[in-house]
Design a protein around this ligand. Structure first.
Ligand SMILES: [Zn+2]
Length: 153
């Protein structure tokens, strides 16, 4: 199974500790966030969710924004960290995979897979798997019966 390599994971651990959400969508998912990067740099990550997820990452230069270098050819680790943080914030389990087939192996019942691309690198996607470990319980609490599924089958 190929998820992220060690170098990428090390960066993600750093970034996860340094995320300040700014705005959320109507499902409480992060839309924009500040990420503290290396050497006291600050990045602003913008997440657009439509058919998949498109990310944009801007470095605050102190005299305006410029595109994050890492986002020019792939989804940068700042953006990945924001996506993982957003899921964690909602008590969901999330993983990033380089191949869709690996994401499918991690996907559980009611889990979702999202194609993630940088706005500058639409042809170099990563795959975000989001599973909801409390999902079945929450659905029951809301009064939705699991017999709905057997009725469809
Ligand atoms: Zn970035």
């Amino acid at each position: 199974m190929k998820t992220l390599d060690r170098f990428q994971r090390a960066h993600l651990r750093v970034a996860l500790d340094d995320i300040k959400p700014i705005t959320f969508d109507d499902q409480n998912r992060i839309k924009t966030a500040f990420v503290s990067g290396s050497r006291a740099k600050t990045y602003q990550v913008i997440v657009r969710r439509n058919a998949g997820i498109t990310t944009e990452c801007l470095l605050d230069t102190g005299a305006g924004n410029k595109n994050c270098k890492g986002s020019s050819s792939a989804v940068c680790y700042h953006a990945l960290a924001v996506l993982l943080y957003s899921a964690k914030n909602l008590e969901l389990e999330a993983s990033i995979c380089q191949r869709k087939v690996d994401a499918e192996l991690l996907q559980r019942i009611h889990g979702e897979i999202y194609k993630v691309t940088s706005i500058h690198a639409p042809n170099n996607p990563l795959w975000l798997v989001v599973n909801d470990p409390g999902g079945e319980k929450k659905r029951k609490d809301k009064g939705e019966s699991s017999t709905d599924y057997t009725a469809i089958a």
